[in-house]
Every structure is written in C-alpha cells, then in structure tokens.
Design a protein around this ligand. Sequence first.
Ligand SMILES: Cc1ncc(COP(=O)(O)O)c(C=O)c1O
Length: 412
Amino acid sequence: MMMDVMTETTDRTLPDEIELEDEFVAHNYHPLPVVIAEAEGAWVTDVTGRRYLDCLAAYSAVNFGHCNPIVTAAAKEQLDRVTLVGRAFRSDRLGPFAAELCELAGKEMMLPMNTGAEAVESGIKVARKWGHEVKGIENPSIIVAAGNFHGRTISIVSFSDDPDARVGFGPYTPGFRTVRYGDVEAVRAACDETTVAVLVEPVQGEAGIIIPPDDYLPGLRALCDERQMLLICDEIQAGLARTGTTFASQHWGVEPDLYLLGKALGGGVVPVSAVVGNRDVLGVLRPGQHGSTFGGNPLGAAVGLSVVRMLADGSWQQRAAELGTVLGDALRGLIGQGVTAVRCIGLWAGIDIDPALATGREVSERLMERGILVKDTHGSTIRMAPPLVVTAEEITWAVNQLAEVLVDLRRG
Ligand SMILES: Cc1ncc(COP(=O)(O)O)c(C=O)c1O
C-alpha cells in the first residue's frame, strides 16, 4: 500500500523557521525537524508541501481531526459574536456547555479552566478545600502514583518522579505521597487521617500508555468510599473517546468523584479544560476563591459545546474502539521484530522498541522521513495516538512503515 505523502512541493527548504524557533523560543521542547503549515483530518502538510500522517494528534488534543469542520464552524460562528467577557459577567455559551458536559459525565457541576495543568491544580485545590471544610483536616494530603504526568506547574512537578520535570524547580509543594501505580494495597498503606484524595491517570499516557491491572480502579473506588476520600481521575489525555469509551475509567466500570478534562475538550482549536463533579464536592468553591480570566470564555465554551455534542451519540468512541483493534493487532505483529512490548487501549498505543536497536527518538525521526509523525516518550518507547478520523488503511500503512524502519535498523 502506498500513501501519497507529496503534494505540490515548493523548492523551499525547512531551516528558516527552525532557525528562528531555535533562536527565539525557549528550548523547553525538542521538536522533530518538521515545520507544519497546514493540516486537515489526520494529515498535516509542511512548508515544503510534504504531507505526513499525524500519529500523535497533539497528545490527544486533536482527537476529532485537524480543522474538524463541526468544531471550526462553531468557533467561526462564535468569533463573530463574542469571544471573551470574563466571569464578571455571564455569557450565553457557558451555561449550555456546562449543562451538556455534566450530562455527558453524569455529574452535577463543572469548573471551567483552560489548560490541563490548570484543571489538575483546580482539582487539587477543590480536594484540599473539601478536606478542610467537610472532613475538618488541617493539612490535607493527596496520594498520587509513581510515573504520573499531570502537567508542569510547581505543585504538579512537586509530585513528579521524572527528574527532567522536577529537578531544579524546588522548593516543592508539600502534601503529596507517591505510591506504585497499579497497586491498591500500596495506596491503602499510604493512607492516614490526613488523606483526602487519590489522584491518578486511569491509563498513564506520558509514561508509555501504562494500562493498570483490572482490580486497580475498582479497588481505588472501594478504598475511597470506605475511607471517605475523593477519587480524582485525570482523563486529560485518556478521556473523550481516545480509548474507545467517553472516559477511560469506564473500562473498569468506575466513576470518580472528579473528572479532570482538557486537551480534546478544546477540539484542537483553543485550550478548554474542566473539573467535573457533584455539588457536594465542587460546591465548596464560593465567589472569589478560585478563577481564571479565560476559563469558561464564550469562544472556548462554544467550541467545548460542539465537542460534547459530537461525543453524545457514542460514534467517536465506537470508532476509536474499532480502529484500536486494527492498530493493536498490527502492532503486536511486530513483537520480536525489534519491538519488545505493545500496550494498546482504543486508538492509543505505547510501543517499546528494543533499546539495543534504537531510541524512540531515532525511530520517530526515521518514521518522519517516511511521512509519519510520532513522538517518543521515555527512552525507547514511542506513542501512537492518531486523530480518530484516521482510516484502517492509514493505520495499516503506518504500522507497515514502522516494520520497515525496524528492518532497516536491524540491518544496521
Ligand atoms: C494526563 C495529563 N494531565 C495533564 C496534562 C497537562 O495538560 P496541559 O499540557 O494542557 O497543561 C497532560 C499533558 O500531557 C496529561 O497528559
């Protein structure tokens, strides 16, 4: 199978934009040397006219495809009406967005924010306030999982165990205890009278698509109920159809007290995030105690509403589940041929490359040369998370290209 990765190419080369970016943008990322100028659906086009199949989807923020027509129509319509009022006044978009998001999540209230890290920070603040007010705990503590990734703020990196994310950013925020991911008994052992919440990713994304044992989330739910603690699920990367269900925690029949949502909620257009929960928890916030100038803005709310409506009939979730089977089956066929392990849930895969063969970065660069964009995460693992508009044929082609890259690497 061949994919057309060339359009009308220009005689331009890439370096101009790369040089400008490297000179004027802080070096907090190490991007692949591709400069994207346009995108549609699952494909992006660089400034020379070369096309690439996007197998990262901006870390799940572009779940519904680049320039999804439903989302961009909602954004364009809103751009001509009103884009920002601040929460000092009301807008006609926030209420409907909130109501339909709550209906999707089966919850009573939502707190609108912008980025994922803000949603996580907000969830932590709500849990602490709830601990103070409802449980009467003076110094509430929260249990988190080893290998977590919840964002980049000071409090969040304070409980990261990734040295790149953490080292050099102290002093750190206290009040967190880290235990092994996937181990309910470790959480139980770490609980004491100060513990107000357990914060976990239902599937760890940045760690390499780590799928927990089946008893983990149900065990955490039972433990939180038993000890009157909040279960907070960070669904910022895993949620909103990526894994084949609206929320990844649904794979284990678990409903957390708070959902943390972001990324795809903004339809790949604007940052939209939210904490979603019931009144007995989110109701602890009163005017002046938390906020954001942009959180809940009419443009973001209009976009978020279009996303929530797209998710209402379950077809995106079903598509991710079906295509996920294609992706997982194809990838598992590479085990023993340069791949040591594959973890796949919905359209989201972590692929461990034999470290003796190549780093994840090397594989990503070679795939880029073949017209496929993926991202390494931690050493020799690469992650595939194409937009859910990708076709089965495109998935098969991408995995075949990976197979050929591995053959090339094995030849040396
Ligand atoms: C699980 C999870 N939580 C939170 C975040 C932070 O989101 P943002 O980069 O929008 O702040 C991320 C980002 O990758 C994430 O994967």
